[in-house]
Design a protein around this ligand. Structure first.
Ligand code: NAP
Length: 259
């Protein structure tokens, strides 16, 4: 059995992770932490109560893995506490700067694993892979990411990762046309690793992204839609099962798929 603690357990993603862990025979949900909801019954058929303090929850329940879907302002502190206690981390929270991840991993005890995925949906991982492949032949590309209106960070972690993969893959970097004629500030989006990224925030959306390539007389669109949050759960469960026995910082679900 893999003992799992869920951090951010009362949030939109955390609740889904609780359900996913409870549904798997080889995973045991040992603790749920979410300070504002502390003291509430977790529900979902579990007799756990939501805890308010990560460090004491770890001491009391000795989890093997912490899964964190919280907030960009909270996640680094949570990772530091978990790794220091020898608990492997599966992190879905986005908006963590790369140098912060490097520092957290280098401070971690030997044998602990810090796994971070900007997107746990298998289809989104494939979209990023296909985007990198297409960028080798069609270097003119823009990314449009669309999320629900309560998302804390912009651009999304998926868009940042996609831009980074495109930047690594394409042989030439064409100029982004139209920036010099931007009449309203922001009209042409943000420039991430040389790739233009547009962030849309609307109620009703979950998590969506389109990667739009342009070439002579043609366009190519790669689109992924997470229609509901269960789309992320097979990836989360895969990561929980995979971190034991690995160590150091691993970024991206593609590093675990097919292994
Ligand atoms: P959410 O509904 O706001 O849930 C976050 C939960 O964490 C809230 O209940 C929040 O409490 C709680 N929280 C805040 N600080 C905490 C702390 N120090 N310890 C424990 N819990 C804490 O947000 P969400 O939609 O679930 O998204 C959470 C994160 O996952 C975001 O960064 C989002 O971008 C990311 N995400 C990643 C993926 C992926 O595939 N990697 C997919 C979807 C979302 P309060 O509400 O009281 O602050």
């Amino acid at each position: 059995m893999i003992r799992v603690l869920v951090s951010g357990a009362a949030g939109r993603m955390g609740r889904e992770v609780v359900r996913a862990v409870l549904a798997e025979d080889d995973l045991e949900l040992v603790a749920a932490v979410d300070p504002v909801h502390a003291g509430e019954a977790l529900g979902e058929g579990s007799d756990l109560t939501v805890g308010d303090d990560l460090a004491s929850a770890i001491t009391e329940t000795t989890p093997d893995v912490m899964v964190d879907f919280t907030h960009p302002g909270a996640v680094a502190g949570n990772i530091r506490i978990a790794l220091a206690a020898g608990v492997d981390c599966v992190i879905g929270t986005t908006g963590i700067p790369a140098d912060t991840l490097d520092a957290l991993a280098s401070d971690a005890p030997d044998g602990t694993c810090l796994f971070v995925a900007p997107n746990f949906a298998i289809g989104a991982v494939l979209m990023m892979r296909f985007a990198a492949e297409a960028a080798r032949f069609l270097p003119h590309v823009e990314v449009i990411e669309l999320h629900h209106d309560r998302k804390a960070d912009a651009p999304s972690g998926t868009a940042l990762r996609t831009a980074s993969l495109i930047a690594d893959a394409r042989a030439s970097v064409p100029p982004a046309p139209g920036r010099e004629t931007e009449v309203a500030e922001g009209a042409r989006g943000a420039l991430v690793d040389g790739v233009t990224v547009h962030s849309v925030r609307l109620p009703g959306l979950v998590a969506h992204q389109e990667v739009l390539f342009g070439g002579q007389g043609q366009t190519l669109s790669l689109r992924h839609d997470s229609i509901d949050r269960t789309s992320f759960m097979p990836g989360v469960v895969l990561a929980v099962r995979s971190v034991g026995g690995r160590s150091g910082l691993i970024v991206g679900l593609e590093n675990l798929m097919g292994q």
